[in-house]
Design a protein around this ligand. Structure first.
Ligand code: ZN
Length: 159
């Protein structure tokens, strides 16, 4: 069957930047399973995969707007250190979690000044042109329960 809204889709993917460096890949681990038409993968990739079937391979070159969006300098914020947590010592370049109302957001520390840190909350791939290589592994209809939850269930998932 072909990928359409409400398909549960299994893919293997690699994504490279302009310089051809691999930024992320599912090769060597479990493939990615997602619910098509829900915006759970970047818009350009969702568009490129519509109508494809198991076994198809695609190359999709995406402008930043079709990928993780443009960088927004408003997402670079000066925050009190007590709002930050991370693995080990927090310093320039370290990934961190920032307390926001209702949960956490992931960011990267740009600089420290006293009790404050400048944190970049943009997605690390924001502002980048991306080249995806995707292999469609499987396509099936999502179940009513998956559609109600807005995500795909693996074998043995009960929630
Ligand atoms: Zn669920």
């Amino acid at each position: 069957m072909q990928i359409a809204d409400k398909s549960a889709v299994t893919i293997h993917y690699s994504v490279k930047n302009d310089a051809g460096e691999v930024l992320d890949t599912s090769r060597g681990r479990d493939p990615l399973v997602y619910l098509h038409g829900t915006g759970s993968i970047v818009p350009g990739l969702e568009k490129a995969l519509a109508g494809k079937s198991a076994g198809d391979k695609i190359d999709a070159k995406l402008a930043p707007e079709e990928g993780y969006g443009l960088r927004d300098e408003k997402n670079v914020r000066k925050l009190p250190l007590r709002k930050l947590s991370g693995e080990g010592r927090i310093g320039p370049g370290s990934p961190c979690r920032v307390q926001v109302s209702g949960g956490f957001q992931l960011g990267r520390v740009v600089a420290l000044q006293g009790d404050y840190a400048t944190v970049d909350l943009n997605h690390p791939l924001a502002g980048m042109a991306l080249a995806f290589e995707v292999e469609v592994v499987a396509v099936r209809e999502a179940t009513a329960e998956e559609l109600a939850h807005g995500h795909v269930h693996g074998p043995g998932d009960h929630h």
